[in-house]
Design a protein. Structure first.
Length: 437
């Protein structure tokens, strides 16, 4: 293992506990912009300890929650809320570049929280940290990409067998877990938090739409206006990335394999073509496919000198990095933080951002705080749902989030903004129930 430090008074493994003051300030900032998570935490604590409560205790008391998440300040706020709700919290990173060392330093100063993570972990370190979180024997897991759940199954099958349930944060994780369930390999039920509207619409579309450009602009200090942006994949993330690119003054080309999504891209005003054609036209490439090889050798061979290559999908497989390296004479040159210059044998320069990892978390702070407030409010409700036995007996399945939980988060968000809903009158309710001619 490379440099690092044991956490203060815990068995945490982080880089430098001395960074805690900076991390505490970051957490303080996001906490004041995450009212929905705060309202849910307060309600759950009030419910359990309030008058007439049978238990009078924290709803997660006695439960260990292990989380494999992007360890930045908003995530820290979720982990603190789970701890306040009584959980024993263990966390590891879900991407080697998204862990913020000052944030995890602040976290391990808190009772009831252990962390195994540091920024820039090597692949071995990353997997070792995920394994350390798995080895603690969680009752409930929260995953972002399914690395913790797959590690539990592969390396700690006895511990996997005693997990009550999980909650998955991202599309890639849901796809992996659905494949696991299809193969009969999943040992416990997992809530697909990703798939619920209050997550997908706001986090995937508006969250990625803003944070991806935040990352690209921060690390390059270049203009988006006037450029041709190629967006690979027109799911919720791709739609957000394309929409914000237009807002920043770019022309957008969408590359898509699904005919319905391709039609939507056309109707949204974007050009649609295969990557083989888009490769020659683009100045900036952003991958959001959730699949490998969206940009591969045959495309890299055509991309123009000076182009930027960024990935906004969960894993660093969307731009084929082996193909990129094979085009070049020598190793890449780091020309700015999070910008690596690859010089091809033909003399073209291609700039890979954030090492091809999630650019919004490698080169910026992830999604806007208000957006993660919604996602993490859903995660807190998902954990409560599991803790109160709602998934018990379901076995190894990927389970939809109950619509009532989605609606609760939507209502709390509106309440936090002071926005009121229109209400149906009794006559309108009758009208909607009537079917007779
Ligand atoms: N911050 C914490 N988790 C995140 C995620 N999955 N995407 C973007 N920003 C985040």
């Amino acid at each position: 293992m490379s440099e690092g430090a044991e956490g203060a008074g815990t068995d945490s493994v982080i880089r430098d506990p001395g960074l805690a003051p900076g991390g505490l300030l970051k957490i303080e900032w996001v906490k004041s912009h995450m009212p929905v998570l705060a309202a849910i935490t307060a309600e759950l604590l009030g419910f359990c300890a309030g008058p007439g409560s049978a238990s009078g205790r924290q709803p997660l008391a006695g439960l260990r929650v292990a989380a494999c998440l992007h360890l930045e300040a908003k995530t820290a706020n979720l982990l603190l809320s789970l701890r306040d709700l009584g959980a024993d919290v263990v966390a590891c990173g879900s991407n080697p570049l998204s862990t913020q060392d000052d944030v995890v330093a602040a976290l391990i100063g808190e009772p009831g929280i252990r962390v195994y993570a540091w920024h820039g972990a090597t692949p071995d370190e990353y997997h070792r940290f995920v394994g350390m979180a798995a080895a603690t024997g969680p009752d409930i897991v929260i995953d972002d990409g399914a690395d913790l759940i797959t590690t539990l199954h592969a390396d700690y099958p006895d511990l996997a067998a005693r997990v009550r349930g999980g909650a998955e944060e991202t599309t890639t994780g849901v796809i992996r877990l659905t494949a696991m369930a299809g193969d009969g390999a999943l040992r416990f039920p997992v809530l697909a938090v990703n798939d619920t509207p209050m997550k997908r619409i706001f986090d995937n579309k508006y969250g990625t739409g803003q944070s991806c450009w935040d990352g690209i602009m921060r690390c390059t200090n270049l203009s988006v206006a006037g450029k041709t942006v190629v967006v690979a994949g027109y799911g919720f993330c791709g739609r957000g990335v394309a929409m914000r690119a237009v807002g920043l003054g770019a022309r957008v080309i969408v590359v898509e394999v699904d005919p319905v999504a391709a039609n939507e891209a056309l109707m949204d005003g974007h050009a649609v073509m295969p990557m083989s054609a888009a490769a020659e036209a683009g100045d900036v490439f952003v991958t959001t496919t959730g699949c490998c090889d969206a940009v591969r050798g045959e495309h890299l061979a055509r991309i123009r000198d000076g182009a930027l290559l960024a990935n906004a999908g969960h894993f660093n497989v969307e731009i084929n990095l082996a193909h990129l390296a094979a085009l070049c004479k020598g190793p890449p040159r780091r020309v700015r933080a999070n910008v690596d210059e690859y010089r091809t044998r033909a003399g073209r320069r291609l700039y890979l951002l954030g090492e091809g990892r999630l650019v919004n978390l490698a080169a910026a702070d992830g999604h806007p705080t208000e957006v993660m407030d919604l996602s993490f409010a859903l995660q807190a409700l998902a954990v409560l749902h599991i803790a109160t036995g709602q998934l018990d007996g379901l076995g190894g399945r990927v389970v939809r989030m109950p619509a009532a939980l989605d609606r609760k988060v939507a209502e709390l968000r509106l309440a936090s903004l002071g926005v009121e809903l229109e209400r149906l009158t009794p006559a309108q309710q009758d009208y909607l129930r009537a079917w007779q001619v």
